[in-house]
Design a protein around this ligand. Structure first.
Ligand code: TYD
Length: 137
């Protein structure tokens, strides 16, 4: 599953007036965008996320500043640097994710394939490991 977590480079149409980055649902990213939220003002020692989702897929983009995303599929772990406004990371469903090491100016834009539903979040790591083990069987 971890191999599905991929950095995506978005088309840029900047000119002498400034930068413009385009993210079209179902074109530049592999889902229709149903929800947008963004995270800023997190201190560098804060770890956010710490969950997996049964249904939601995400794309995370540091539109300003930098952060890191650690993904974990229960077997493998990988760390991705989000450090450019035209690069995002695609996260499939059922991957455990931690977002951390936020720069002071970090604005982390999160696009999701689903509306918010607290029930589809797995927030307990041991439960997550149980869930992925069952799926692999
Ligand atoms: P949380 O999922 O803990 O944030 P993160 O994963 O980014 O660290 O969300 C913080 C609070 O906001 C929590 O009470 C749930 C709520 N929330 C919504 O109501 N809608 C949303 O789309 C999101 C992402 C969170």
């Amino acid at each position: 599953m971890i191999e599905k977590c991929k950095l995506i480079e978005f088309p840029q149409r900047g000119d002498e007036r400034g930068h413009l980055v385009i993210v079209e649902g179902n074109q530049d990213i592999p889902f229709d965008i149903k929800r947008v939220f963004y995270i800023y003002g997190s201190d560098r020692d804060v770890v956010r996320g710490r969950h997996a989702n049964y249904n939601s897929e995400f794309v995370l983009i540091n539109v300003a500043g930098t952060s890191k995303v650690k993904v974990d599929d229960g077997t493998n772990k990988r760390v991705f640097n989000l450090d450019r406004p035209h690069i995002g990371i695609y996260l499939p469903k059922l991957v455990w994710k931690d977002m951390y090491d936020f720069s002071e100016d970090s604005v982390l834009l999160c696009l999701s394939s689903e509306h918010y539903d607290a029930e589809e979040y797995i927030r307990d790591y041991d439960k997550y490991i149980e869930v992925v083990k069952k799926i692999k069987k």
